[in-house]
Ligand binder design. Structure first.
Ligand code: NAD
Length: 381
């Protein structure tokens, strides 16, 4: 099969923009993928950010103005990876122009912004998806497939967690992710929330109420001149959700926890998913990514058994099936999924998060802010 070239323009050449450039460089790792992406343009007002891309031979446009990329007919797909306060104007303009894009989470700084973005996407012909790569770990794929198979029986308990300790050092300087103005009032939920929402929402676990405990631990950080400035975003968020089962008895709800933490001592970048039901259960964490745990009842015993999923994600890879998988592989797989789906060739493979999943996550985060204020469980609006 001849792979179709896909020319990508990056808006926001920071941490995630650079990650995509590297993903495209190792594209031959995928077997028989229908696309051959290359980064051809980058827009960023920071000259140092632009300069990094001079090492990527395929990049021919370097600009401080993203409109240049929007107007370029030789760009097929845009990757939007900018601070949250810029999402709405950018995403709406790109959707209105009918240009395909993968947009970084949280897909708008708040619920109202997400609603306007998703309305623009719905009214557009553009193929749009939302970045969320952790479910592409092989163990996460197996956990999802097991939970989706119905093997769990009546669901009892779901836990989804993303925990790191990027903010455990009080002397770390302020940046846009630590300010309500640029990150959003949802704070850590805007940073990590889509990651914990993706699998539960894909499984149809749609919460109806939220009880939230939000914690702003570090309230000041050194500014550019070293003097302390307010650090006003939530560091940690624990959301207790009630989820209707939709089956008899009709009033039964199960419990689900979504946990996002920037300060979780001992965790560097741990994404975990667990779902347990009357007949079975499954557990996976990137702390221990080569194994999946599965609960079964066998011969009168309750057994948590362990198996190794190997190196098998959504799209086949050149790398051996026994080799270890990591964060960069998850990004490669997410992009493989996005571009294959855009090409109509995803088949029954796992798809990238959708704009409506991002909107559902925002509805939960909005109710969480209300719950934290009222001290009571709040319904989704
Ligand atoms: N999927 C993930 O795992 C993951 C990880 C980190 C961040 N993110 C998301 O990616 C997005 C970007 O985060 P980041 O960590 O790359 O941030 P970053 O600060 O490293 O990079 C953002 C870049 O955007 C640039 N920028 C600012 N204004 C711009 C404009 N008007 N036009 C073009 N570029 C502009 C900045 O100069 C900077 O280089 C956010 O939405 C964030 O939530 C996702």
């Amino acid at each position: 099969m001849t792979a179709r070239p896909v020319r990508i323009g990056i808006v926001g050449g920071g941490l995630m923009g650079r990650e995509l450039a590297v993903v495209c460089g190792r594209w031959p790792q995928l077997v028989d993928h229908p696309c051959a992406p290359e980064v051809v343009a980058v827009a960023d007002p920071n000259p140092a950010a632009l300069d990094w891309f001079r090492r990527i031979g395929s990049v021919r446009t370097f600009t401080d103005d993203w409109h240049v990329l929007l107007d370029d007919p030789d760009i097929d797909v845009l990757y939007l990876a900018v601070p949250h306060n810029l999402h709405e104007d950018l995403y709406v303009a790109v959707a209105d122009a009918g240009r395909d894009f993968l947009g970084e989470k949280p897909f708008g700084i708040d619920l109202a912004a997400a609603q306007r973005i998703v309305a623009a996407v719905d009214a557009s012909t553009a193929f749009v998806r939302v970045s969320s790569e952790m479910p592409f770990f092989p163990g996460a794929q197996r956990a999802y497939a097991y939970a989706a198979s119905g093997a769990l029986g009546d669901i009892l308990d779901v836990r989804s967690q993303f925990a790191h300790s990027s903010d455990i050092d009080r002397s770390k300087g302020i940046n846009w992710k630590r300010r309500v103005e640029t990150c959003g009032a949802i704070g850590v939920m805007g940073d990590l929330g889509m990651h914990v929402a993706h699998l539960p929402l894909r499984l149809g676990f749609q919460p109806e109420t939220v009880y939230a405990m939000l914690d702003n631990v570090v309230t000041e950080r050194p500014g550019p001149d070293g003097a302390p400035v307010p650090c006003d975003t939530w560091d940690n968020a624990l959301l207790a959700l009630r989820v209707p089962t939709g089956v008899s008895p009709q009033d039964r709800r199960f419990s689900m926890l979504w946990e996002t933490r920037r300060i979780s001592p001992g965790n560097m970048n741990s994404w975990s998913f667990e779902a347990v039901g009357m007949d079975g259960g499954v557990r996976f964490t990137t702390r221990n990514p080569t194994v999946v745990h599965r609960f079964v009842r066998r011969d009168g015993e309750q057994v948590w058994e362990e198996f190794q999923p190997g190196n098998v994600s959504a799209w086949p890879m050149v790398s051996g099936g026994i080799f270890e998988f990591g964060f960069a592989d998850a990004l490669l797989q997410m992009w493989a999924s996005y571009l294959a789906e855009r090409e109509g060739q995803l088949g029954d493979r796992f798809g990238t998060a959708t704009p409506h999943e991002a909107l559902s996550s925002h509805r939960v985060f909005d109710a969480a802010l209300r719950s934290n204020g009222s001290g009571a469980a709040e319904p989704l609006s």
